[in-house]
Design a protein around this ligand. Structure first.
Ligand code: BG6
Length: 488
């Protein structure tokens, strides 16, 4: 593995320091980077929260959370790591309570400082404003906005306005953790580090694209949030849109922040709107009922609600979309994502067109179209399905075979969690893996039109059994086009 270079010493202030994201993702990610020597002892990690806690109690909570995730990881390195951690009690809406943070940051004004907002998005504007009013913002400061930035175009745009009055756009890092996934970045390597694929990456050669992000988990402890959100807002507006962008975008002129983001925004702007007239044929909304996942019986979504409550929230969505430009015109992109599906499985599949004419014995052997699968998780890798001659003298028999590349076997390393990579990119000030304001807002405009369409067309939910691959409607959507999902 290449030598890891430490990042410049920093102050990281995490609002929502006691929250789920901080304890499950951010602090473990920082610990791992510390263990690998990328974070130096003169950095500080300051958790900020409303709870009255002292430094020792906060460190105790962090340790406990680590032990729940991976007890083996809490070894002798935890002690030096904990020396970096501090805690400040602060209620962002109470002007008087900012004093403690001001004191804690005094004398560190020239240090690279990152403020990470892992709170409810309705607080983003107030926190930015509090930082500004208390004179804490300086040129070396970056602000990180955790997803979701808003719940529709209007709220996202208001948040961006509020944050934008205090910070310049090049100080704002909007996270989509899918952009930190190794295989997602490998899409860039595949497309632009090889000359092989580019001539094939177009409507004349490709039949369609499928993107599946399937989860076996349910909504866990986030029922309240999820019930107000649903799969379209939670997964499609951000993660799946980013995947569509990376598959569909034109080659950027470099890997610099804006070259990549300029190309992604063009894809988002080229998405054909799906409104009330199209939602019935181009989208499917589903919700899971009781079933079994990995051999274990699980409740249906509605059974987790309070007695007498019902919910129209979708836990599954499938969409047929089109990118309306020269490269992709007429080529469908089928997306699907859902909770409590058969297993965790995320994949991008490019299906090429069938050969125009078969010279083989088509009565006995059909030639299958070539498929390139990019497996995002859990088994990261790539697979290219081709037709080959079956060995032997028994005639010219064709057989589909696959050229298989497992990243873990090839590179022999376990990839770090995406937050580890993204945090390092923030400390280095690289914005390429973060969403620009226009990207987030354009993606919201597109998903808002689907949400409005669902409402005005009274699109009902289709139920699917937990542990299945989603509602029948998602299969029919492809059947109507004489296609089928590669998995399920
Ligand atoms: C989050 C969603 O952004 O992504 C969750 O809010 C979802 O609902 C999660 O479970 C999936 O992330 P991953 O990395 O496990 O695919």
């Amino acid at each position: 593995m290449a030598e890891l270079i430490p990042v410049e010493a920093f102050d990281l202030i995490i609002f929502g320091g006691n929250g789920d994201l901080a304890s499950r993702k951010l602090l473990p990610a920082l610990f791992h980077r510390f263990c690998d020597g990328q974070i130096t002892n003169d950095s500080r990690i300051i958790g900020v929260g409303r709870e009255e806690l002292d430094q020792a109690a906060f460190i105790g909570n962090v340790k406990q959370a680590f032990e729940t995730i991976n007890p083996l990881a809490v070894d002798k390195k935890f002690q030096p790591f904990s020396a970096l951690i501090d805690y400040v009690q602060l209620d962002a809406l109470d002007h008087g309570s900012w004093k403690k943070l001001v004191e804690r940051l005094k004398g560190h004004e020239h240090k690279a400082t990152t403020v990470y907002l892992a709170t409810h998005p309705t607080l983003f504007g107030s926190i930015a404003n509090g930082l500004s009013k208390n004179g804490l913002i300086h040129d070396q400061m970056r602000i990180v906005l955790e997803k979701p930035v808003g719940h529709d175009y209007e709220s996202a745009s208001n948040i961006n306005d509020e944050v934008g009055t205090c910070f310049r756009e090049n100080q704002v890092f909007r996270i989509d953790h899918y952009l930190g996934k190794e295989t997602v970045q490998n899409l860039l390597a595949l497309r632009f580090g090889n000359s092989l694929f580019e001539p094939l990456w177009r409507r004349e050669v490709i039949d369609h694209v499928q993107i599946t992000v399937a989860e076996d988990l349910g909504v866990e402890s986030r029922l309240d949030f999820y019930n107000r959100t649903g799969a379209l807002r939670d997964m499609v507006q951000n993660h799946l849109m980013q995947l569509v962008c990376l598959v569909a975008m034109e080659p950027p002129s470099s890997l610099s922040d804006d070259s990549v983001r300029d190309e992604k925004i063009k894809v988002l702007r080229a998405l054909k709107p799906i409104g009330a007239g199209e939602v019935k044929t181009h989208t499917v909304r589903g919700q899971y009922t009781a079933g079994a996942v990995a051999g274990e019986a699980v409740n249906g979504y509605a059974e987790q609600l309070k007695d007498g409550e019902s919910s129209q929230t979708e836990t599954f969505v499938a969409i047929k979309l089109e990118v309306d430009n020269w490269r992709w015109s007429g080529i469908p992109f089928y997306l699907r994502t859902g909770k409590r599906l058969e297993r965790k499985h995320s994949e991008i599949l490019i299906q090429f067109k069938q050969v125009p004419h078969s010279i083989f014995d088509t009565e006995h052997f059909s030639t299958l179209p070539n498929r390139l699968s990019i497996m995002l998780q859990p088994d990261e890798g790539m697979k290219l399905n081709i037709m080959a001659k079956e060995p032997g003298p028994g005639g010219f028999k064709l057989k589909p075979v696959s050229l298989d590349l497992s990243f873990e076997q090839t590179f022999g390393v376990k990839y770090p969690d995406s937050y580890e990579r993204l945090l390092m990119e923030i400390f280095r000030g690289n914005q390429a893996l973060f969403m620009r304001r226009d990207e987030i807002e354009t993606a919201w405009q597109w998903t808002d039109s689907i949400l409005e369409g669902w409402e005005s067309a009274s699109q009902s939910l289709e139920y699917y059994k937990a542990g299945s691959w989603g509602p029948t409607g998602a299969f029919l959507m492809l059947d109507r086009d004489d296609r089928h999902w590669a998995t399920g």
